[in-house]
Ligand binder design. Structure first.
Ligand SMILES: [Zn+2]
Length: 307
């Protein structure tokens, strides 16, 4: 079935092909040819143009010959640096880099696994549902490739992403949602020696807010942290501005919203008490509460998403 030697050779070959984030072109062209050779129809979207990369996401389709929802297999093409001149070394059991570069198993190991699966399906003529393969760009540094995926190309009902940690066979079925808060507390400056009563101390407002909010490990699936704080000018000036960066995470979207709400309220209460209304800049993102796609119910018969 799976040909060990072929997998080893392909990994070595792809690891040597440099594909730093935003420079995935060469690798993409190689993968495109392989997918076409395996009978897939390959499209490339324009994601790279949005953020200055030289390549888009590859989205490939293989028609199915068995009933079942369309299954997506995905891995990313880009790697972190330093990635120039990767020499993969294999000791018969483990691949390592020569030590002065990354190896790039993140995520070329995923790419090789998907290609080998497609080859085995092909060689053994194994029945399979319709398949989609996405080899994405610019995953490192913020999932920019997938963020700008041309979703009109995507019609899979469920999918597996070959880009995780853990033992073989380990499947990640849930990821925490995350909210990020950037808070600026505006106080009023005054001379701390001559007229402190004319000032509103932004550092104090921030301190009171932080002291009042739940922080750290909230429960088994929820955490919160203040990670950065910046403000003040000198010991003799009542500070009129403090900037803070905080985050909350939870695998439960409701708990995430509650935690973030409490953090925001703490700032609002502390600010109101001292007469320093905070202006809140807010950026957040969240993943839906995920379950293993294999456990999702099949789409009802007649649903045109069904393969
Ligand atoms: Zn990765």
């Amino acid at each position: 079935m799976i040909q060990r030697e072929r997998v080893i050779q392909e990994f070595q070959e792809l690891a040597r092909l440099r594909s730093a984030t935003h420079c995935e072109r060469r690798l993409a062209d190689v993968l495109k040819a392989r997918l076409v050779g395996l009978g897939l129809e390959v499209a490339e979207d324009h994601a790279g143009e949005v953020f200055g990369g030289d390549c888009g996401n590859l989205v490939a389709d293989l028609p199915g010959d068995a009933a079942g929802p369309t299954l997506l297999l995905s891995a990313h093409m880009d790697t972190v640096e330093p990635s120039a001149g990767v020499q993969p070394l294999y000791d018969g059991e483990v691949f390592r880099s020569a030590g002065d570069t990354i190896l790039g198993a993140d995520d070329k190991a995923g790419i090789v696994a998907i290609l080998e699966a497609l080859r085995v399906l092909n060689e053994k003529r194994l029945p399979h549902p319709p398949l989609q393969v996405i080899f994405s760009v610019a995953e490192e540094g913020g999932l920019n490739g997938i963020r700008h995926l041309d979703r009109s190309l995507l019609h899979a009902n469920l999918g597996y992403v070959f880009d995780g940690e853990g033992e073989p066979g380990w499947i990640t079925t849930a990821a925490p949602g995350q909210d990020r808060l950037q808070v600026v507390v505006h106080g009023r400056a005054a001379h701390a020696g001559l007229a402190p009563e004319l000032g509103v101390n932004a550092i104090l407002v921030a301190a009171e807010a932080l002291a009042a909010m739940p922080m750290g490990r909230i429960d088994g699936e929820t955490t919160a942290n203040v990670g950065m704080i910046q403000g003040g000018w000198a010991t003799n000036i009542v500070p009129d501005r403090v900037e803070l960066a905080l985050e909350a995470r939870s695998r439960d979207i409701g708990k995430l919203a509650r935690q973030t709400g409490m953090m925001v309220e703490s700032f609002q209460r502390a600010a109101a008490a001292r007469g320093a209304p905070p202006r809140r800049r807010y950026a957040g993102c969240a993943f839906g509460p995920a379950g293993c796609p294999a456990c999702w119910p099949e789409p009802p018969a007649g649903d045109d998403r069904r393969g």
